[in-house]
Design a protein around this ligand. Structure first.
Ligand SMILES: [Zn+2]
Length: 353
């Protein structure tokens, strides 16, 4: 006879909540939606450049997504062209494409990098890019011609941000987040399983700057460029502290946030999150960041629209960002309409609707 088990590994733990819960399925969002943060190609978007665009449009129709913002335009003409020709040419009203910055050119451009990047942005805009995406390597892995880390508020980049403002292109920016990726991979790290599976997602400080010093840089960047519209990705890059994000929103009217890939964070602080949505209803943009995925869109609608309790914030059995569940926010219709559509229409499409 085998001994009764006295221990269980975390990976084998599969608790099934005994709680009897209401489960609402929302097939269509209450209002049309602009997905302000998503991707269409690998590694984040699911390779839609290899499938017929008509299938994608059917999926977006089914999901109630009227406009899809694809952040994968990059900087190479080929990438931008491919997306513009493949997706936008088929349905110009349905797709918006953001360009990017080629940081690898810094050593060659030296202190003139900011001017050079600004010229690149003008060229991208002329070809049809409608915004600029700054990826998380900024503040962590971008180096100048001397091999020094470029900080987020580095003044050499002023021409780039000023040009985005002048052209009316919003800058979707992701820095630092999440906090736990800066903490040691110890049993107290709430994202231990995720970091264990992806060791390269850790940014221990040192050698990396601390989380809060990067966030200070973001705050300074946004405050220093009031003419430029910034969209802080993933709830302003600090969904773990809505207090911090609220303070920056109060200080900087040119800042907006998207909620992409962070219903796990928002939904575990439902009282604060609901207040946050109501207080900043004009500043929050819907975004998914999970590729065009019908099931995930519906999960987001359930989170935003219902008062369902204690449900999985992801599509896998064990939620990827940590072993907790979330609570719906049952947002008022006026707030939903702004978050789903109106804010992004104003900020990204320059349309007051
Ligand atoms: Zn993304």
């Amino acid at each position: 006879m085998s001994e009764p088990r006295s221990d269980l590994s975390l990976a084998d733990f599969r608790p099934r909540p005994a709680l009897v819960r209401k489960e609402t399925s929302i097939d269509k969002p209450r209002f049309p939606v602009i997905d302000a943060h998503n991707h269409l190609v690998e590694p984040f978007g699911g390779g839609w450049d290899k499938k017929p665009v008509s299938l994608l449009i059917d999926l977006l129709d089914e999901a109630g997504i009227r406009v899809f913002v694809d952040l994968d335009g990059g900087w190479g003409e080929n990438v931008l062209h491919r997306h513009l020709d493949y997706f936008k040419a088929v349905a110009p009203e349905r797709f918006v494409l953001f360009g990017g910055v080629d940081w690898d050119a810094w050593p060659e451009q030296g202190d003139g990098f900011g001017e050079w990047a600004a010229r690149q942005l003008r060229a991208q805009a002329a070809r049809g890019a409608q915004g600029l995406k700054i990826w998380k390597g900024f503040g962590l892995q971008v180096h100048d011609q001397h091999g020094q880390l470029v900080t987020v508020a580095d003044e050499r980049l002023n021409p780039l941000w000023a040009t985005a403002g002048e052209l009316g292109l919003p800058v979707t920016i992701h820095v630092a987040d999440p906090v736990a990726f800066f903490d040691p991979l110890s049993p107290t790290n709430e994202r231990w399983e995720e970091l264990h599976a992806h060791p390269d997602w850790q940014f221990p400080s040192p050698p990396f700057p601390s989380f809060l010093s990067i966030m200070d840089g973001l705050a300074n960047l946004v405050a220093n460029h009031p003419q430029t519209t910034f969209i802080g990705a993933h709830v302003g890059c600090y969904a773990e502290s809505l207090q911090w994000v609220s303070q920056l929103l109060d200080r900087c009217p040119n800042l907006y946030v998207d909620i992409s890939a962070r219903i796990g964070e928002l939904g575990r602080q439902p009282y604060s999150a609901r207040r946050f949505f109501i207080d900043y209803a004009d500043r929050i943009l819907f975004g998914s960041d999970m590729g065009p995925d019908l099931e995930y869109y519906r999960l987001m609608y359930r989170f935003l629209e219902t008062d369902d309790e204690y449900f999985n914030y992801g599509l896998s059995e064990i939620p990827a960002q940590g072993r907790w569940y979330i609570y719906g926010l049952y947002l008022p219709a006026t707030v939903l309409e702004k978050v789903y559509y109106r804010n992004a229409a104003r900020v990204i499409l320059n349309r007051a609707e």
